[in-house]
Design a protein around this ligand. Structure first.
Ligand code: UD1
Ligand code: CA
Length: 452
């Protein structure tokens, strides 16, 4: 039986931010969300987040994750003090408590599993993750005997010069036998450089306490400042890109590309330089994305090409070609084999299969059938200053260049709109609409000059 507690009450002074440290975003998800989702992988019976600084904001940011309990630490008097707040909430609990610092976002679920298995196997009072860091500055140092039994944990600022030579550090990830921890928690004292109650001191009061080394020390990087946040982002990007390249995705100039770890790709995709894939985005195989494109929360089908374009919250079906310089936003649904070209903005618009909007258009709140051809410069006037209105266009209809479709308006199927028309009334199927002033020609007419 395991319960999880995540320490997230600190302000994170070294971030120099109004935002609590654990709410800073790492590749689209906050630090706290990342560590919480990792912890959920081990299926704990309870998941508790200890909040304090801007606690309501932290709670709000985790509302979408079910069954999370929040415990308040009103004053931030140290990591040990934070865990003391659990005493009334875990009264009588007989299982293990996994305690995770909220600022260790790169931890893998597999590492937690290894820690817990070792904890069970050796029947430890505490098992904690350790790592050998090339630069251990700022971390608590762990002193062990040759069987990995911990004799002492000393915070960096409390270390002597000799102790600082030890590069084995405390990762801030612990598995405690809760009944034993509950007994020593009230004994913690704040007799250290920071005058705080340290959770590491609880370890010093229990036994046996065992260190479990993490294989890849990058996982346990704690985020205390913006530089570490940037380093973590690099590590995360490295992981994500390696995974997709191994799965059959070509990245041209990987250093200029960013891909959130929430993105789903398929085989034989080519991602060109300066391209950014974010959020809940999925791309089908054979597609070529970039250069210079941003795709966020969008579903892209197979064999789609996107060049120098931005697509958000939209769906694009197979074989469609987008760009250069197109912008699809707010629930666009482009069918198969469409062409969306130069300087075209689409918003909340559906295109049937094989429909083209190739040049210089804005279509908003519109529904187009199949094989429609939207002429260069066609605009839907969808907003009357108060409300948005719908435009409907039937199959095979063609609009001439520089047409304005004043919504609400409905063009039937097989309609032709003459160039330069301002269409304000519905147009039936199979017709031509000309809505412009007729051309006037005056033969022999010349501009009067002053000499006349
Ligand atoms: C802590 C460890 C250190 C370890 C390092 C790993 C202690 C005393 N030290 O140091 O041994 O090497 O993590 O990253 O535990 N928090 C609270 N309430 C508080 C104080 C902190 O909830 O009163 C939370 C913070 O929000 C943060 C986490 O605990 O998520 C760690 O706090 P932080 O101040 O970053 O600890 P470190 O100094 O890094
Ligand atoms: Ca830290």
């Amino acid at each position: 039986m395991v319960a999880v507690a995540i320490l997230a009450a600190g302000r994170g002074t070294r971030m120099k931010s109004e935002l609590p440290k654990v709410l800073h975003s790492l590749g689209g998800r906050s630090l706290i969300e990342r560590i919480l989702q990792t912890a959920l992988e081990i299926e704990p019976i309870r998941q508790i987040v200890i909040v304090g600084y801007q606690g309501k904001q932290v709670e709000a940011a985790l509302q979408h994750i079910p069954n999370v309990e929040f415990v308040e630490q009103t004053q931030q008097l140290g990591t040990g003090h934070a865990v003391q707040q659990l005493l009334p909430h875990l009264e009588g609990f007989q299982g293990d408590l996994l305690v995770l610092n909220g600022d260790v976002p790169l931890l893998r679920p597999q590492t937690l599993k290894v820690l817990m298995e070792s904890h069970k196997k050796h029947q430890n009072a505490v098992s904690l993750l350790t790592a050998h860091l090339p630069n251990p500055k700022g971390y608590g140092r762990v002193f062990c005997n040759d069987r990995n039994i911990i004799q002492q944990i000393v915070e960096d600022r409390d270390c002597s010069a000799a102790q600082k030579q030890n590069h084995r550090i405390n990762a801030g990830i612990y598995c405690f036998n809760w009944p034993q921890l509950a007994k020593v928690l009230p004994q913690l004292q704040a007799n250290n450089d920071q005058k705080e109650y340290y959770l590491t001191d609880a370890c010093n009061l229990m036994q046996p306490v065992m260190a479990v080394d993490v294989e890849d020390y990058q996982e346990i990087l704690g985020i205390n400042d913006r530089k570490q946040l940037a380093t973590a982002y690099d590590i995360l990007q490295g992981r994500v890109k390696e995974r997709w390249m191994a799965a059959g995705v070509t990245l041209i100039d990987p250093n200029s590309i960013t891909i959130d770890d929430t993105v789903q790709l398929s085989t034989d995709i080519i991602i060109e330089p300066q391209t950014h894939l974010r959020g809940n985005t999925a791309i089908g195989s054979g597609s070529r994305i970039g250069p210079g494109s941003l795709i966020e929360n969008s579903q892209i089908g197979e064999n789609v090409t996107v060049v120098y374009s931005v697509i958000t919250d939209s769906t694009v079906q197979a074989e469609t070609k987008i760009g250069p310089y197109s912008h699809l936003r707010g629930n666009v649904n482009a069918g198969k084999n469409c062409r969306i070209g130069n300087f075209v903005e689409l918003k909340n618009t559906t295109l049937g299969d094989r429909t083209n909007v190739a040049h210089l258009s804005y279509l908003g709140d519109a529904t187009l059938g199949e094989r429609v051809n939207i002429g260069a410069g066609t605009i839907t006037a969808n907003y009357d200053g108060v409300k948005k209105h719908q435009t409907k266009i039937g199959d095979r209809t063609k609009t001439g260049s520089n047409s304005v479709l004043v919504a609400p308006v409905k063009l039937g199927s097989d309609v032709t709109v003459a160039a330069g028309s301002t269409v304000t009334e519905d147009v039936p199927d199979d017709s031509l609409v000309i809505a412009r002033s007729p051309q006037v020609v005056k033969p022999g007419w010349r501009l009067k000059t002053s000499e006349d």
